[in-house]
Design a protein around this ligand. Sequence first.
Ligand code: NDP
Length: 320
Amino acid sequence: MRAIVAERAGGPEVLELREAPVPEPAAGQLLVETAATGVNFIETYQRSGAYRVSFPFTPGAEASGRVVAVGEGVEGFAVGELITTAEARATYAERFAVRAERAVHVPDGIAADTAAALPLQGLTAHYLAVSAAQPQPGDTVLVHAGAGGVGLLLTQLLVRRGVRVVTTASTPEKRELSRGAGADEVIDYGGFAERVRELTGGEGVAVVYDGVGRQTFDGSLQALRVRGELVLFGAASGPVPPFDLQRLNAGGSLSVTRPSMGHFLRTPEERAGRYRELFEAIADGGLDVRIGARFPLAEAAEAHTALESRATTGKVILEP
Ligand code: NDP
């Protein structure tokens, strides 16, 4: 089969298309023929060396596809079924193996590309909206990068729960998309903390969801109301340097959390419940999964370049 392999950490150019052996499904695993692969920001951190991985490295945690073999002891899955996952390894490939409990069946009516686009950013948006913080109906929150993959989904899930959402986005096209997802106000990054205060009668927001990191962190703290929560969930602009905890006191008994998806999929029931609510929201028209860019598998490097240069909206997928 063909797979993307990086021999070393580096720029997007280290992602090369190679012949690679088809993985064997171990006990408890499914072997899946990839229909589409979701590209996520974390793979750029792994490729660049910001997150440590062992090389040679085939990126990818998310993909959909048809089961082509089941390992010993697997129950509940059969050859030919369409599944998706956010928790596999090496999905930048024509086939991948995944532990059965980390895969879910794709409901009828959801296409294979949407099924690849949803899980990682969808599960993330879900746990951010309902678990990492719990904004209440009527609260105002700020979501950075509102036209991004997580941003569009998170905005829709929050608006569905009666939360007022303000977002940041860097271009007119992105601002328009974010408004379409239900954002009440879409603002520039420049002076965003002051603008958020104006939009909340001087009070500040209950929660800031910040996946941008270094460039927004200070402003995000300044945009919070008394006892507000900063949910720092990513570092698209680089990691946040260490900071003085006393700033949380000065800002008004603020909280900061740095969550990660795996900690919000702790049990089969928790995983199944989040997937169920996402699939229901798609079925009832309350959640639109936007695929903003498609690349052939061979062009994984171009996909990374697009993501890192802020050229994308919604989801980026690879197609074998
Ligand atoms: P996005 O589609 O949101 O892409 C990143 C966006 O961030 C860009 O489009 C851009 O939007 C904005 N951005 C602002 N500054 C920069 C910069 N200097 N370089 C690049 N982008 C910048 O990506 P994802 O939805 O895949 O991920 C969003 C964030 O969520 C990432 O930080 C990712 O690591 C994190 N994440 C965290 C998870 C967790 O569980 N903790 C799980 C999944 C994702 P604009 O041009 O409008 O500013």
